[in-house]
Design a protein around this ligand. Structure first.
Ligand code: UDP
Ligand code: MG
Length: 327
């Protein structure tokens, strides 16, 4: 376990808050997080870092307002919507705290848990403390079912362990933040990245909370895309499966040839059985296309990585410390 720096009187905690069309909740969130900061003022000072992920509503204006009234508030604004993963990365990159919390703006991640997370790291010696939902109250049944299955499959296919009910809400110590920042891949699957970088994580259970206001940004299609990202980003097992499938079909073909040759030699019936042939051609070409699709997925991801495009483009960066008057 990590030795704890007890000489420093106060730690700095940065809260990274990705926001996409969150005008309805951002102020509410700010009030809540301020309350937590007030309660923790003996141990830590706060920096509230909001990342506007190309919102189309008044989110940016609200951020400016908050910054005007509170020097702890900082924000970045993307030139368009780059997705939550990019927003989290940008937030971590611009964070200056000894500890960094990633938290949703919609109050589904109870801000007061930061106190317990902070205790877990500073007193129990963990490197990170993360929240996991013990219930999925208020979420569509089908969605819960599919995501449970997905994480099980992902666990089997890769070395990545995603805890059941894991959400993107955690407090990390600086070394872990730096490790996460080193993983600057374009196709980001943060839950996998957190698991991949290692470090000791304490899991803190909490009851699912419904959104304070506004609506979820995750459509079914977006979730499917996210799942694929997870599997392709952290496992090459599908590629191996393609090869195995190829071998299985070769063996099957060989056995069928043997059967046909022997059958023809004994009974001499060379033309019979064309419907089965048609089915086989259809079946095998289907499998071939499917396998090519899998290869294509990996190729596509490789293509995007090779281009080495930036993860996000920020159009406004307001993260400078305000100069104190008279200094
Ligand atoms: N979010 C974002 N960019 C996106 C989608 C979402 O920054 O493209 C933010 C959103 O503002 C919120 C968090 O990510 O703070 C979680 O999003 P949401 O509440 O829609 O997801 P859910 O809680 O339903 O999983
Ligand atoms: Mg939410």
């Amino acid at each position: 376990m990590k030795p704890i720096d007890i000489k420093r009187p106060k730690h700095k905690i940065t809260t990274v808050v990705p926001c996409y069309n969150e005008e309805a909740v951002i102020e509410l969130f700010y009030q809540e997080i301020c309350r937590v900061a007030e309660e923790m003022k003996e141990q830590a000072e706060f920096e509230f870092l909001f990342v506007n992920d190309g919102s189309k509503d008044q989110t940016l204006a609200k951020m400016r307002q908050l910054r005007a009234q509170d020097a702890r508030v900082k924000f970045l604004s993307f030139s368009r919507n780059f997705g939550k993963e990019a927003a989290m990365y940008a937030g971590l990159e611009h964070s200056t705290g000894d500890f960094v919390a990633i938290i949703d703006a919609d109050l589904q991640h109870p801000p007061e848990m930061i106190k317990e997370m902070y205790r877990s790291i500073t007193e129990d010696g963990y490197d990170s403390a993360a929240a996991c939902r013990v219930s999925r109250k208020g979420e569509p049944k089908l969605r819960s079912y599919i995501s449970k299955k997905f994480y099980r499959v992902l666990g089997r296919l890769s070395q990545i362990e995603v805890v059941d009910g894991e959400v993107d809400y955690r407090l990390m110590s600086r070394p872990m933040v730096n490790a996460v920042l080193q993983m600057s891949e374009r196709n980001r699957f943060t839950k996998g990245i957190f698991s991949w970088v290692g470090f000791n994580t304490k899991w803190l259970p909490y009851e699912n909370v419904e959104r304070a206001a506004g609506e979820t940004k995750w459509s079914f299609f977006k979730l499917m895309k996210y799942s694929l990202e997870g599997i392709i980003g952290f496992s090459t097992v599908p590629l191996a499966l393609v090869s195995i499938l190829g071998i299985v079909f070769c063996v099957l073909a060989f056995l069928t040839i043997l059967y046909i040759v022997i059958k023809t030699l004994i009974w001499g019936d060379p033309v019979g059985g064309w419907p089965s042939l048609a089915c086989m051609i259809l079946g095998v070409s289907g499998i071939q296309l499917f396998c090519m699709g899998i290869l294509g997925q990996y190729l596509g991801k490789t293509y995007l990585e090779v281009k080495n495009r930036p993860l996000y483009i920020a159009s406004v960066i307001e993260t400078e410390e305000e100069e104190e008057p008279g200094v």
